[in-house]
Ligand binder design. Structure first.
Ligand SMILES: [Zn+2]
Ligand SMILES: [Zn+2]
Length: 185
């Protein structure tokens, strides 16, 4: 959804409440499983455009330990501000307020084209930032067996998962060498 914020940008002090009802965003980095709903308020303070509110949705994540997909509720606060600048336009010297967008993150899509605000892109960036860096389908997920790949949440396997003590394994090697040496050839 793109919103034309021309009216609010031209009136200092104006507040514009907006009910968010966006279709689920699905792209290569993000999969929402339900619509994005919430409410936001745009406010023109004269020097900045404030965007405040809260949104919620559900996303599908892949557990970083056992690789299964699971659903997570996202409730996220939106607190953005964009500096405003007065710019002269037209032959009669009128002035309009324009949004100055800082290019902090080159990977993030631009949010403004003139007075047109890309709400979907802002929601996408906001949801991405609220996702865990190491998603876990359960806090105590046991993960996959590093040897046979069995999902240890549901099954057990016969692999020896006791961590090898490095000093003991060194001793084992020495003993093995010794055994080789004392064997009669
Ligand atoms: Zn898991
Ligand atoms: Zn195993």
């Amino acid at each position: 959804m793109k919103l034309d914020l021309n009216e609010i940008l031209s009136r200092v002090g104006m507040r514009f409440p907006y009910s968010v009802e966006e279709a689920p965003i699905v792209d290569e980095d993000l999969e929402c499983d339900s619509p994005i709903v919430g409410s936001i308020i745009f406010s023109n303070t004269g020097s900045v455009l404030l965007v405040n509110g809260q949104i919620s949705t559900q996303v599908v994540l892949e557990c970083s330990r056992c690789l299964r997909y699971y659903q997570m509720d996202v409730d996220s606060v939106i607190e953005e501000q964009f500096p405003l600048e007065i710019k002269p336009v037209g032959p009669r010297g009128r002035h309009i307020q324009v949004v100055v967008e800082e290019d902090e993150n080159p990977d993030a899509g631009k949010l403004f084209e003139g007075s047109l605000f890309n709400l979907t892109e802002m929601l996408r960036q906001n949801i991405m930032l609220s996702l865990p860096t190491q998603p876990l389908h359960a806090p105590d997920c046991k993960g996959l067996c590093p040897h046979c790949g069995t999902d240890l949440n549901d099954f057990t396997c016969d692999c020896d998962l006791t961590p090898v003590n490095p000093s003991l394994s060194k001793l084992g090697e020495l003993l093995a060498n010794k055994r080789v040496r004392i064997e009669p050839s």
